[in-house]
Design a protein around this ligand. Sequence first.
Ligand code: NAP
Ligand code: ZN
Length: 350
Amino acid sequence: MKAKSLQIPSAGAVIERTVIERRELREHDVLIDIKYSGICHSDIHQGEGDWGDGIFPMVPGHEIVGLVAAVGPGVTTFSAGDRVGVGCFVDSCGECEYCLAGEEQYCKKGVVSTYNAMDYDGNPTYGGYSQNIVVTERFVVRVPDKLNLDVAAPLLCAGITTYSPLRHWHAGPGKKVAVVGMGGLGHLGVQFAHALGAEVTVLSTSLSKQEEAFKLGADHYYATRDPETFTKLAGSFDLILNTVSANLDMDAYLSLLRIDGTIVNVGAPAKPDTYSAFSLIMARRSLAGSLVGGIRETQEMLDFCAEHGIAPLIEVIGADPEEVQHAWKRVKQSDVRYRFVIDTAQLNRD
Ligand code: NAP
Ligand code: ZN
């Protein structure tokens, strides 16, 4: 099955059109006509080789929404026309303790990423900057009717990546939560932390996003370029969700935690962060990380968004390679409010 797509031929090369082959439907496969695909900063990290060797040519995209076009004979949960989504993963062993617990992202055999990965048959996976995708039904989620398809797309990665750690570390009433970086992930983290009942502080490089942060539910907002922020807020937070794509001064951020507080890094910069052991020791603090979220929790997050009126602020762009390349440039300059979404249906026109 052919799929018009956008690819990066080699690390850091210019995005171009291509046509890829999708597998024929197997027993439990779902064929999805992709309508929208979000642009995650991870697409850029991988397309530009920030995280080491990638698999090229690469078709990025792991914030995928569309309509079911066809299903394999064994599929019972989806049928043609259903509004569905696919996130960062397309397969896992399904049998290990983590898969059985609904945390497929930590599968012992190794979860299969939606792109820049090899599937269990040894074939490269290709993501959502594409007309269609074939995914086993276990990795397909339902988009609630209350959510428009375009705004639903970023929830499949940015949404679940912020929702999951906020739930895991019990963001809620009585908890002071800071979100560092108000980009694609961060602006959703603010909405989730607020809806869960926490007192929310945004720590952004500048004051330029303050007004929007308050509208999204932030209670406080500080610029991290102002050194006084770190003096004023020392020892304040129970939980800090770090969504920044670049390296930070970890000791400075650890100093903002209360005793027993935790920083969760979801941002994944190219180079390692460093920190002093004393920043942890002196206040029994924890430095943690979190990878996206499992399929069951992704569905729960989508339903939570529908129930609480949570949605990303998006800028929809066309599917020309130049437009996508330009959007990548703007993401790298932190010039996006707050997620680009590609109208992938436009690939059908050419
Ligand atoms: P994004 O939209 O570019 O947002 C990142 C934000 O970080 C920017 O908006 C900016 O916020 C801040 N920032 C950027 N450069 C900075 C710098 N040099 N110093 C301080 N702050 C800076 O990116 P995203 O799509 O939200 O992704 C964020 C990171 O999470 C990426 O590294 C991505 O790969 C990673 N990620 C991880 C997971 C996971 O499972 N752990 C999943 C998805 C994405 P302000 O303007 O507010 O300062
Ligand atoms: Zn992502």
